[in-house]
Design a protein around this ligand. Structure first.
Ligand code: NAP
Length: 309
């Protein structure tokens, strides 16, 4: 994983964010703030959702300059288009907008899985004269919707760009500069590495949290269990409150990497179970010590925000 070099001041006439939810809305807020500070130059920031309500509020709050519920209409004349929709909505959205994109426009996304997005962009945008630069902000929360958007969501957080090797350098520089304007740290990764790493560090923990909370909720005394939940359970289970549709899309599109990580974890869990059955306290302590040492080592690398989100 390579950090990108400092490239350029982000400058664009018309930026359209399709999917103005937690991530798309936070991007709009962060760019408005950067524009006010003179850190980026953007003519018009446009938000686009299917429903009107959140868009009207977003405009009233100064998050966006214009809005539309018609994505095809919104992207006409756009220089930069960011897709902030769930992963499995990216392909239908590309099909809807591709003939309206102007040649030279740069399309990017914020999807949590990259291989499927890169394949769809490759297939649907090739020969259109449009550039595409897939990206994924490693920032967010269990909340969703534009009302949860925050201007500081990306400050000091990592943004992973996964541009194909033959990407237009200027298009990559444009998306890199946009994210720099939000205060994020930008990194480049291959698509496979991205999906493998995120399967282990984000997708598997979410799967475990959904599973554990569901198991406990299905027990007869489930609600009592939650009533007496201690801090550890609250911390671990928080991510089970994440949006089910978003995670449905992530698991189905990153299935193989998630199953690999799950198999590894299941084998280690079975070993732990055996140690417990055998009352093998020494082995249990060894496992816990290794885990604690790893957590202590890596916790120094977490930012304050990592601990909140
Ligand atoms: P969100 O808050 O639910 O926002 C999604 C937005 O997309 C909404 O504004 C929604 O508005 C719109 N939308 C949904 N389906 C659509 C469709 N079929 N066509 C057009 N618009 C649609 O979701 P989010 O948390 O911001 O996540 C958005 C993307 O960011 C996902 O790809 C996710 O993988 C990625 N991501 C999320 C996180 C996180 O922690 N949440 C972190 C990193 C990356 P309407 O329903 O009104 O259209």
């Amino acid at each position: 994983m390579n950090a990108t070099p400092e490239l350029q001041h982000f400058k664009t006439q018309r930026l359209v964010i399709i999917g103005l939810g937690l991530i798309g809305g936070s991007l709009a807020c962060a760019l408005q703030k950067a524009r006010a500070a003179g850190d980026v130059s953007i003519g018009t920031i446009v938000g686009c959702n299917r429903s009107l309500e959140g868009l009207q509020n977003a405009q009233q709050q100064g998050m966006i300059d214009e809005y539309s519920t018609d994505a095809a209409e919104a992207v006409k004349d756009a220089d930069v288009v960011i897709l902030g929709v769930p992963v499995l909505s990216i392909r239908p959205m590309l099909e809807q907008i591709r003939e309206y994109l102007k040649p030279g426009a740069v399309v990017s996304d914020v999807g949590s899985v990259k291989k499927v997005v890169v394949n769809d962009m490759q297939e649907l945008l090739a020969d259109t004269g449009v550039h595409w630069v897939p990206a994924h902000p490693i920032a967010g929360s269990e909340q969703s919707g534009v009302s949860a958007a925050r201007a500081d969501l990306f400050i000091d957080r990592k943004i992973i760009l996964t541009p194909p090797e033959n990407s237009d350098p200027q298009a990559v520089a444009t998306i890199d500069a946009m994210w720099r304007g939000t205060g994020a740290q930008r990194f480049h990764m291959s698509v496979d590495e991205h999906d493998r790493v995120l399967a282990a560090t984000s997708h598997l923990p979410h799967l475990l949290a959904f599973s554990l909370v569901d198991t406990l909720a299905n027990q007869d005394q489930g609600w009592d269990v939650f009533k007496f939940a201690a801090g550890g359970f609250r911390d671990f289970s928080r991510i089970a409150a994440s949006d089910p549709q978003m995670w449905h899309d992530i698991f189905l599109t990153n299935r193989d990497a998630v199953v690999d990580a799950l198999d590894l974890f299941t084998a280690d869990l079975a070993q732990l179970r055996q140690q417990l059955m055998n009352e093998d306290g020494e082995s249990l302590i060894e496992t816990f010590k290794r885990a604690k040492a790893a957590r202590d080592h890596f916790s120094g690398q977490f930012t304050k925000q990592d601990q909140i989100n």
